[in-house]
Ligand binder design. Structure first.
Ligand SMILES: Nc1ncnc2c1ncn2[C@@H]1O[C@H](COP(=O)(O)OP(=O)(O)OP(=O)(O)O)[C@@H](O)[C@H]1O
Length: 298
């Protein structure tokens, strides 16, 4: 079942097109990363999904229902972490957690609240306004999960968190995913997206560049780096390798074909080479390749 379905959505602010004809779906139980450079339109898209702002064109369905007709029914099933966390500064962390539970008409399980606060090392007695940026984010994370939502929408959830908390958050999110929760998050940290997400959508200047299944795609695509005086670029291209960088004594290739042919070719030219590296393509390389292909197509 699609938990989020975006069909040709666009958002204009005056003449400026922030999101341009975006379509993709997030399925139940997916850990879905949403990445793109600053100003790409990630927060704007999330704000439309949450119906904080209205799209200029296109349709959005959550859990198979159009919003806003069923807005409240749908919203109680969602936990949201904004990129810029703003709660009442005078309220204590404890009060904020309890207000969140009251809003969802849930009593709350003390052991669970204790677990979250211990996990994120949150001092519940402190006033929200006195907390650091990272600690404010942690409070928002707890409030987004405390009512057991089926869908978590998180706008740069690790922004402001230290590396230990990054790891704890992602382990917790993985646990939630294993329980069937759908996670849709934006991030600038490609490594964490690559390590944890099952799917990723790339967006640039409001347009979808691509959606990739991370459980399969990177493993079969290799990046080969050759170093040496005499580089067999033509021979590599002849077996289907795409040269993505060539300097005096170094060339890099993307290779998606059968590995036997690659190794046979490399062994023929090994004597001319000082170094050969064959590795899986990481998300950053894939991201850059997609951007470059899109630019070239324009
Ligand atoms: N209310 C608004 N009025 C005018 N322009 C806006 C408004 N909100 C967003 N924009 C513009 O829309 C574009 C997309 O912004 P958005 O915040 O969605 O990007 P983002 O991908 O989340 O960026 P970042 O990674 O920097 O958080 C930006 O150029 C931004 O300036």
């Amino acid at each position: 079942m699609s938990v989020i379905e975006l069909s040709h959505i666009s958002k204009r602010f005056g003449k400026f097109v922030a999101v341009d004809d975006l379509s993709f779906t997030v399925e139940k139980g997916e850990f879905f990363g949403f990445i793109g450079p600053n100003g790409a339109g990630k927060s704007t898209t999330m704000n439309m999904i949450l119906n904080f702002i209205k799209q200029s064109r296109g349709e959005i369905a959550l859990f198979g229902q159009q919003i806003p007709e069923h807005e409240l029914d749908v919203k109680i099933r969602i936990g949201y972490v904004p990129s810029d966390v703003r709660f009442y500064p005078q309220l204590s962390v404890q009060d904020l957690i309890h207000y969140t539970l009251d809003f969802h008409h849930i009593k709350g399980d003390k052991a669970e609240i204790d677990r979250y606060c211990d996990l994120f090392q949150i001092d519940r007695k402190k006033k929200f306004g006195d907390l650091s940026l990272g600690n404010k984010k942690k409070v928002a994370l707890v409030c987004s999960m405390i009512h057991h939502p089926e869908l978590l929408i998180m706008d740069e959830p690790t922004n402001g968190l230290d590396p230990l908390m990054h790891a704890r958050l992602f382990r917790l999110l993985k646990e939630k995913q294993n329980q069937g929760v759908t996670i849709f998050l934006s991030s600038h940290n490609l490594k964490e997206v690559e390590d944890y997400c099952s799917k990723v959508a790339f967006i640039k200047a409001g347009r979808l560049v691509g959606v990739e299944d991370l459980t399969t795609v990177n493993k079969k695509v290799k990046i080969i780096t050759l170093k040496g005086e005499k580089l067999p670029v033509e021979q590599m291209e002849a077996i289907g390798a795409e040269c993505i960088k060539q300097e005096d004594h170094e060339a890099r290739f993307i290779y998606e074909q059968e590995l036997g042919r690659l190794f046979a070719t490399l062994s023929q030219f090994a004597a001319d080479l000082d170094d050969i590296t064959v590795g899986d393509r990481d998300l950053e390389e894939q991201f850059m390749a997609m951007y470059e292909n899109q630019e070239a197509a324009r």
